[in-house]
Design a protein around this ligand. Structure first.
Ligand code: PA5
Length: 451
């Protein structure tokens, strides 16, 4: 049974026959993907990852996770982009909303992130809290040279050595990086840190189901076996090339149709705050996979009903550039009854006897009707619950729909050449050796601009 249901396909903006007309294009993308004949085909390691995961490596990963969680109360995860967002999304999706405020006896492993920006305030504030915890570190970088995590690791590693000494620090630091290359691997080997490998054929944004995501999640006590089982079910369910039977392919086709009708923005919307970082992960997946050659939908996100009170006006009546993809959770992790209040002072007794879930679902339904009437197509995807199994399924669902969507769009869904532009400028302006010519060119541009 498929775990993700496509409930609403964007009517009245997309007619039934339009989806059927996309079938040959979907078939072509499917053939290119599974036949490994398309652009970026050396980055398809994620496609069969759930069914081919090295069980011995998984056992080592779980042993390491146990060792770290036994010796630490705080895990610092250092990484950016694909080396960061998957774990962050999963933790928010799966954990208690206020885990850091639970009494110590009930508290789960605390996880904080670093190296995903270069704010001095953030890093200095993070350093302030470390002495109150026993600390473990997982530094993650496929290239091993990305500035943000490398710089954060330099500071946090120095703290670990000062506090614990070299031998104990080495037991508390684990690096996830390339098998053979990169400065992080060199450092890890020199200082005796345990390492896990990001497979060569898995790009950052497709790496959540590798040690990149799995190690920090296992340290945090997440059931990664269940996540992998969910992804495996998705791998099997979503291999079928039929837009009627494969919701991941239908979703890719609907995106293509709406783009061809002039939509420029897709907004991923959910009514569960636990999906906020999932949407961040999704934005990277689609933005970095498709945003090239001057085309593609701009992926954005919103948390409803919160953002209905900020962005709702724009969605209802602003420029008609967008469509929404709504992720509905059929069964929230928890539910509460709404009680009657004596005398009904706030006028809310008409809701008494209902569950909170019903009210939230009604907000979704009401918004979908209003936005559709306002000219905003809505695609509605339903997931059954917020468990690790469903999350594993959901990650794989969007990975494969993104690959199909990218091939339908005619781009290489697995490279990210445009990410280098800001890095080159930054290195030049910071005076990194080897970037002298770029620095001179930037200075000439600035002077010509008459600053
Ligand atoms: O998806 C990608 O490739 C990027 O987002 C990378 O994950 C990100 O730039 C971090 O790279 P690295 O893991 O090499 O530090």
């Amino acid at each position: 049974m498929k775990m993700i249901k496509l409930i609403h396909t964007g009517q009245p903006f997309v007619a039934e026959h339009e989806l059927a007309y996309q079938a040959p294009l979907v078939q072509a993308a499917h053939d290119v993907l599974h036949g490994r004949t398309g652009a970026g085909n050396d980055y398809l390691g994620w496609l069969y990852l759930p069914s081919t995961f090295d069980r011995e490596e998984l056992r080592r990963l779980q042993e390491t996770a146990k060792r770290l969680s036994d010796s630490a109360s705080l895990l610092i995860v250092i990484g950016i982009g694909g080396s960061y967002l998957g774990a962050r999304a999963a933790l928010q999706f799966l954990r208690h909303s206020f885990t850091e405020y639970m009494p110590p006896t009930k508290r789960e492993m605390q996880v904080v992130f670093a190296g995903h920006q270069m704010s001095s305030t953030y890093l200095a504030d993070l350093m302030d809290i470390l002495d109150q915890h026993e600390v473990a570190v997982n530094v993650i970088s496929k290239s091993g040279t990305t500035t943000e995590p490398a710089l954060a690791f330099r500071a946090i590693e120095a703290y670990m050595h000062k506090r614990y000494g070299a031998t104990e620090a080495a037991k508390r630091i684990v690096a996830t990086t390339d098998r053979e290359r990169g400065a992080l691997l060199t450092v890890a080997r020199e200082r005796g840190y345990e390492t896990f490998v990001i497979p060569d054929d898995v790009g950052g944004r497709y790496s959540v189901l590798t040690p990149v995501g799995l190690l920090p999640l296992a340290v945090a006590g997440i059931d990664i076996d269940a996540m992998l089982a969910g992804a495996l079910q998705a791998e099997r369910d979503l291999a079928i090339c039929d837009v009627e039977k494969n919701p991941a392919y239908a979703y890719a086709a609907l995106r293509a149709i709406l783009r061809q009708k002039g939509k420029a923005v897709e907004m991923l919307v959910s009514y569960e705050p636990g999906l906020h970082y999932f949407a961040e992960w999704w934005k990277q997946l689609f933005g970095e996979s498709e945003g090239k050659d001057n085309k593609a939908l701009y992926p954005s996100s919103a948390d409803f009903s919160t953002d209905l009170h900020s962005l709702g006006q724009f969605v209802q009546e602003g420029s008609r550039v967008m469509f929404e993809t709504v992720l509905k959770v059929a069964k929230p992790r928890r539910d509460l009854p709404i009680e009657a209040a004596p005398g009904d002072p706030d006028g809310l007794n008409y809701l008494a006897g209902k569950q909170w879930r019903e009210v939230n679902d009604t907000a979704l339904q009401a918004t979908l009707l209003a936005h559709t009437a306002g000219g905003v197509p809505n695609i509605l995807l339903e997931i059954p619950d917020m468990t690790a199994h469903t999350l594993g399924y959901l990650f794989y669902f969007f990975e494969i729909s993104c690959a199909i969507s990218g091939y339908m769009l005619g781009v290489n869904p697995f490279d990210q050449p445009g990410v280098e532009a800001y890095k080159t400028n930054m290195f030049a302006l910071l005076g990194k050796p080897g970037y002298e010519a770029q620095r001179a060119a930037l200075e000439a541009t600035t002077l010509a601009g008459g600053r």
